[in-house]
Ligand binder design. Structure first.
Ligand code: ADP
Ligand code: MG
Length: 245
């Protein structure tokens, strides 16, 4: 069970409200994409789910458990950071094993988990390499591998493709879709790219920003990609998604 429930979640930095009364239910196994213009609060909302940013007011439940005030390690989530977050002096194997070693997982279990993740991501031949000996796409797969070995109920991605060139972006996007199909874990994926959102999402959450009549960091519309495309709630949604007419 790893459904995610946000109830009237708000975030203020100093006097500035950047997330505005967000209520949202994400189903177990759903691929949910947070999308919207730069600065609308996507990363902040994701980081609050991860426990990396305090929730100012509101509640968060993951897998039926109230986690609003719990630390990241107690939430059953794994965040995929961009590829530069690998430890440069550690091999691919050790980069994936490190978090498990900290958690005092037994060696045979660590080995089995790392090899399974390496299989899923086609990293088997690269396990003894250092990050500097990998391409950008391979590094990003290692970053995803570090999340997989923990068998989380929830994967959190913050613009994981933004450091990759165009061809690799498409390829990695397809790999992430396959990963979701094989693991059936809940995923929240942040992007400012509507094409990524349309192709990956079971449901899209579009956040408001820069609209005179709307509150920044509030939900503009939630729905399946084609619902937003064919039935945008307003001109902001239509403009962002690129709906006809
Ligand atoms: P996005 O990821 O959609 O581009 P962010 O969540 O990073 O947006 O930021 C949302 C708003 O919150 C922005 O106006 C940003 O400047 C502000 N913000 C983000 N982090 C902080 C912080 N640590 N302190 C103050 N303001 C912040
Ligand atoms: Mg961001």
């Amino acid at each position: 069970m790893a459904e995610i429930r946000l109830r009237n979640v708000n975030k203020r930095f100093g006097g500035v409200q950047v997330i505005n009364d967000v209520s949202l239910d994400i189903a177990d196994g759903e691929f949910c994409v947070f999308v919207g213009p730069s600065g609308c609060g996507k990363s902040t909302l994701l980081r609050m789910v991860a426990g990396l940013e305090e929730i100012t007011t509101g509640e968060l439940d993951i897998g039926g458990k109230r986690v609003t005030r719990l630390p990241p390690s107690a939430r059953g989530v794994a965040m995929v950071f961009q590829s530069y977050a690998l430890y440069p002096h550690m091999t691919v194997y050790d980069n994936m094993a490190f978090g498990l070693q900290l958690a005092r997982t037994g060696k045979p279990d660590i080995d089995a988990r790392v090899r399974r993740a390496a299989d899923i991501l086609a990293l088997g031949p690269l396990l003894q390499r250092l990050p500097k000996e990998l391409s950008g796409g391979q590094r990003q797969r290692v970053a995803i591998g570090r999340a997989i070995v923990r068998s989380p109920g929830v994967f959190l991605f913050d613009e994981p493709l933004s450091n990759l060139d165009a061809a690799l972006r498409v390829q990695t996007r397809i790999e992430i879709a396959k990963l979701h199909a094989s693991l059936r874990a809940s995923m929240i994926y942040v992007t400012h790219d509507q094409v990524e959102a349309m192709t990956l999402a079971d449901r899209i959450v579009l956040l408001n920003a820069g609209e005179a009549m709307r509150r920044d960091g509030s939900i503009a519309q939630v729905g399946r990609p084609l619902d937003l495309y064919h039935r945008p709630a307003n001109l902001f949604v239509a403009g962002f998604i690129g709906s006809p007419g």
